[in-house]
Design a protein around this ligand. Structure first.
Ligand SMILES: Cc1ncc(C[n+]2csc(CCOP(=O)(O)OP(=O)(O)O)c2C)c(N)n1
Length: 338
């Protein structure tokens, strides 16, 4: 082990990440994974009508959300971005208030579907269900920031399927024309529900599309936390210092079906999923943490137990929280009298 400690190249210090940062990032990734496992259990118990899994994407989500400044920058996530929202400041209880559609759900007070993240307080912009509609909003927000001379940037996340939408191309073109302070992050998990990437795009390297809009693009291994962090850190720095937009493609994989309503056996072999699980970003990160002496197998095991209890408590608290009052069902839909 001591020998392994010496052999492990230091990947975090050159990026300005401390051991405390690494442990906090790890904690967030494991929390997201455990929330995912809990929401699937609740779905099978009939308590959670619809869930959108994050498992497999935690590494690229945490790594790309990390360089953003909380309370200052604006997060424009899509439905799969539970871990992005945990980095932005949401809690497991917030996640489950949304899953159960409770009155205190920070995203919409139980009016939106689960996983339609939003919080004015945390600077998370609420998205709608049609794919890619948040991306022109993100460019518009970045335009407003630049116009007002604000010291802030926008991070905008979406899947590979979103890059086939007109909204996506319009938003990137607008960002390139106006040199906006924005970072676009593709979480390329190779499928838009059942449609494989080869049927979505004539290129296999989605980041090269940035060139068509006049800015930089980069593809990285989405299971490699350090590669994702580095790409985002540089992109955030570029955006903040007036250097304009960046497109980052994180190559990742989702371990579960698209949602709790999908049966992925119809379009992916079990062997393919098992192969992808061997590249689990959390396991790879944990291997690094152990080999560089930041933590140990025992401590990881203890942390999982602690976080599992935290997530179970969040589930109970959210389940026991009040439902929205039925007579408020039309609030924010029609103007109210008086
Ligand atoms: C405009 C539009 N078309 C189709 C759908 C149905 N739909 C919901 S999620 C999804 C897949 C999107 O895939 P991707 O952007 O790759 O993200 P992923 O779910 O794989 O993370 C589709 C087609 C939709 N919501 N909106």
């Amino acid at each position: 082990m001591a020998q392994q400690v010496q052999q492990q190249a230091d990947r975090h210090s050159p990026l300005g990440l401390t051991e405390e940062d690494l442990l906090a990032m790890h904690r967030t990734m494991v929390t997201a994974r455990l929330c995912d496992e809990a929401q699937f259990r609740l779905n099978r118990q009939g308590k959670a009508p619809f869930v959108v899994p994050v498992s497999g994407h935690e590494g690229c989500q945490v790594a790309t959300a990390w360089p953003m400044q909380r309370g200052k920058d604006v997060f424009v996530p899509y439905y799969r971005d539970m871990a992005v929202c945990l980095v932005a400041g949401m809690t497991p209880k917030d996640v489950f208030l949304g899953v159960f559609g409770k009155a205190d759900d920070p995203s919409s007070g139980g009016r939106q579907m689960p996983a339609h993240w939003g919080s004015r307080r945390l600077g998370i912009i609420t998205g709608s269900s049609p794919i890619a509609t948040q991306i022109p909003h993100a460019s518009g927000i970045a335009y407003a920031m630049k116009y007002r001379g604000q010291d802030a940037i926008v991070g905008c996340w979406f899947g590979d399927g979103a890059t086939s939408e007109g909204d996506w191309h319009e938003a990137l073109n607008f960002a390139g024309v106006h040199d906006l302070p924005i970072v676009f992050v593709i979480e390329n998990n190779l499928y838009a529900i059942s449609v494989p990437l080869s049927k979505q795009a004539g290129v296999s390297d989605l980041s090269i599309r940035a060139e068509g809009y006049g800015f930089t693009g980069q593809s990285v291994d989405g299971n490699d936390v350090f590669a994702c962090y580095r790409a985002m850190f540089e992109a955030v720095d570029r955006a903040r210092s007036g250097g304009g937009p960046t497109l980052i493609e994180c190559r990742t994989y989702r371990f579960h079906p698209h949602t709790s309503d999908d049966d992925d056996r119809t379009y992916r072999t079990r062997e393919e999923v098992e192969e992808a699980r061997k590249r689990d970003p959390i396991l790879q990160f944990e291997a690094y943490l152990q080999q560089s002496g930041v933590t140990s197998e025992d401590k990881i095991e203890a942390l999982r137990g602690e976080l599992k209890e935290e997530v179970d408590r969040a589930v109970d608290e959210a389940w026991n929280a009040p439902d929205p009052e039925p007579d408020t069902a039309l609030r924010h839909v029609f103007a109210e009298e008086g």
